[in-house]
Design a protein around this ligand. Structure first.
Ligand SMILES: *Cc1c(COP(=O)(O)O)cnc(C)c1O
Length: 377
């Protein structure tokens, strides 16, 4: 087996090899200080420079205006499910949430602990195979914000454009942050767990509009108040030093590559290669509906669950790892985040063609009886 294989894992996921090599060196001896990055005080000049540079690069890459704060927090994306409504909904206030998958549902459940949560749209009946278009739902004028998940990691769906509702937007971008350009100004808050598209697990990036920092009700604990972290440059307590540092390396890598616009172009190319392979045969069936297809997670089924198991097993043996779909929908999922190389997508497509040929492939137009994915039974 080659030293590094193609890793299609949905998260934690593949990182640029040059980032890993650099991190491996710095973990032993950082900046020639005779000690490793993870052994250093978070108040040291060297580490403060790491945080400052990561923030500056993120601001530059995403075009984040000065009236937004960038926070490096712990607790994963899942802590934000509660922290957002806890900070932004006072008693008697309401918010609207779009239910496009498990991560949205979990956020809705937590938000209901803090306010009146309306769900003007849900794609649950069709096993979350699409996201809504503007006009498919109406947001109550009284809602404080509209919450949605830009990319639904499990189902392989993604909002092709950000909703235009006139409401302040809040979004979980855990699985597609930095993958494409967008205008942050309609957003009050954007967040992402780092482990899909930005770095290792352990840090959650929160980008929050400054004026929202003063909305937090008085009974919210210190560590769960955005203002605590904003006022202290994410250093109120010991931050996740190593994770922030690796995120910083990934941001430098992304800048060198040409930034988000250049990355988006590559992401579109990679996804197109894979969707074209799926569309060119009836042997493979995409889960996500056209118009909702994700550039990051490509979900598909084979004619039977037995063939899917065989496909995953043989792919793994050939160094194509992590293709098993999430247990809630079964089938296959190829996560092709920013750091996933185009050559890996081409290798997968070649494997798919070969597998179809060997295992009773049907030519285009010939419709085999297709099994119903587990989640839809
Ligand atoms: C993975 C994922 C999460 C959960 O992240 P944790 O850091 O494990 O809490 C939340 N939202 C989305 C969209 C995800 O892909």
């Amino acid at each position: 087996m080659p030293e590094r294989i193609y890793n299609f894992s949905a998260g934690p996921s593949t990182l640029p090899e040059e980032v890993l090599s650099q991190a491996a060196k710095d973990i032993v001896n950082f900046n020639n200080r005779g000690m490793g990055l993870i052994e250093m005080s978070h108040r040291s000049k060297d580490f403060i420079a790491v945080v400052d540079e990561a923030e500056a690069n993120l601001r530059e890459l995403m075009g984040i205006p000065a009236n937004y704060k960038v926070l490096f927090l712990q607790g994963g994306a899942s802590t934000q499910f509660a922290m957002i409504p806890m900070n932004l909904l006072g008693s008697g206030k309401s918010a609207a949430y779009l239910n496009t998958g498990v991560w949205a549902k979990k956020a809705i459940k937590e938000a209901r602990l803090f306010g009146d949560i309306q769900v003007p749209y849900s794609s649950e009946e069709s096993n979350f195979d699409h996201v809504p278009k503007d006009g498919d739902y109406t947001v109550d004028p009284a809602a404080e914000y509209l919450y949605f998940v830009t990319n639904n990691t499990i189902y392989g769906t993604q909002f092709p454009a950000m909703p235009k509702s006139g409401k302040m937007l809040i979004s979980d971008m855990s699985s597609d942050i930095l993958s494409r350009e967008f205008d942050i100004t309609p957003f009050g808050l954007v967040y992402a767990g780092a482990q899909k598209n930005m770095g290792p697990a352990g840090v959650t990036v929160v980008i929050i509009r400054e004026d929202l920092l003063d909305r937090t009700p008085a009974n919210v604990p210190t560590m769960l108040r955005y203002k605590t972290h904003a006022d202290n440059g994410s250093m109120f307590n010991t931050p996740p030093c190593f994770a922030i540092y690796v995120v910083g390396l990934v941001l430098k890598w992304l800048k060198k590559l040409g930034g988000v616009a250049a990355m988006e172009k590559i992401n579109r190319e990679k996804a197109a290669i894979l969707y074209q392979a799926i569309d060119s045969t009836d042997y493979y069936r995409g889960h996500a509906k056209a118009g909702s297809r994700s550039l990051m997670n490509v979900t598909f089924n084979l004619p039977t669950p037995e063939l899917e198991a065989q496909f995953i097993k043989e792919a793994t043996a050939q160094g194509l790892d992590g293709l098993k779909g999430h247990r809630s929908i079964g089938g296959c999922r190829a996560s092709i985040y920013n750091a996933f190389p185009k050559a890996g997508v081409e290798t997968l497509v070649a494997f798919m063609k070969e597998f179809e040929k060997k295992n009773g492939g049907h030519s285009h137009g010939d419709t085999p009886p297709h099994h119903i994915p587990t989640g839809q039974r």
